[in-house]
Design a protein. Sequence first.
Length: 335
Amino acid sequence: MGKVILEVKDLTTKYITRFKEDVYAVDHVSLKVEEGKSLGIAGESGCGKSTLALSLMGYYFPPLYYTSGDIIIDGKHISGMDPDEVRKTILGKEIAYIPQAAMNALNPTQKIINFVEDVVRAHNPSATKKDIYDMARQRFEFLGLPANVLDKYAVELSGGMKQRTVIAISVILGPKVLIADEPSSALDVTSQKMVIKMLRDLMDKGIIKAMIFITHELPLLYNVTNDIMVMYAGQIVERGSAKEAVFDPLHPYAKGLMGSIIVPEEGLRNVKLTAIPGVPPNLKHPPAGCRFAERCKFAKPECRVISVQIKEAGPGRTYRCIFSESELREAYKNG
């Protein structure tokens, strides 16, 4: 096992609605990411992926609140830190975030270099314009972006170029961990390939030490990440290698998620598509037992009342279900 760069222990965060209701969008999540490795997180919309991404940075804005658990980045415990301290010492340097719809994150009235200056000066107020420009030019060219992008406005860039520019700005300080939240969504296939190549280059060239890649497209993670976690209704329901998660999912939800997506990978091209019935539970009032039970065709009465714990199914592989691995495989075999 390599050096652990990011470790999350039993993290729980919640939203508080205007009616003072608690919505636990991240519920007792634990994970580890080693140096030089990438972790994929998959799940349908509303499962808590983006909330987990925001929570991992330790920087909370209402209505999102930290509840419990620990976040450790390269030995630094950031849970419960003062928000100003997190902003000054953690964000951008230890961990960075590429948000969803990153193409729309750039103010059209500002040149790209202005965004770089804001990031750098947040950590080094005395940095000169020349120093920042030289550093930005070197980093952009290192990542395959022409230096003249720095003098352009966002409206002068294509969608793919905007996305890659946001990524370059996010890693300008060389953070240890990069969280990419749906970084290739809304892009054409060519632009998607360029963004994914750029993310791989960041790892290969040592600009970042570890990455978390979030998407609802499980097959995409097979080509980008080492391991995959599947999230459902605020909980992690399965974790394994990318190959295991895509070609041999264990949890019924992970199985259903793969079965509902057209997959170009050899061995899965001719698999008949199936839909997952029903809708996710309301997290204001989550069910007592398995949160997937109402949608699972293999569920038994006890699934709806027994608190389901994580089980191990081999080295680095876990799943959340009352059934044993052999029982699940038999159920899948019999349909």
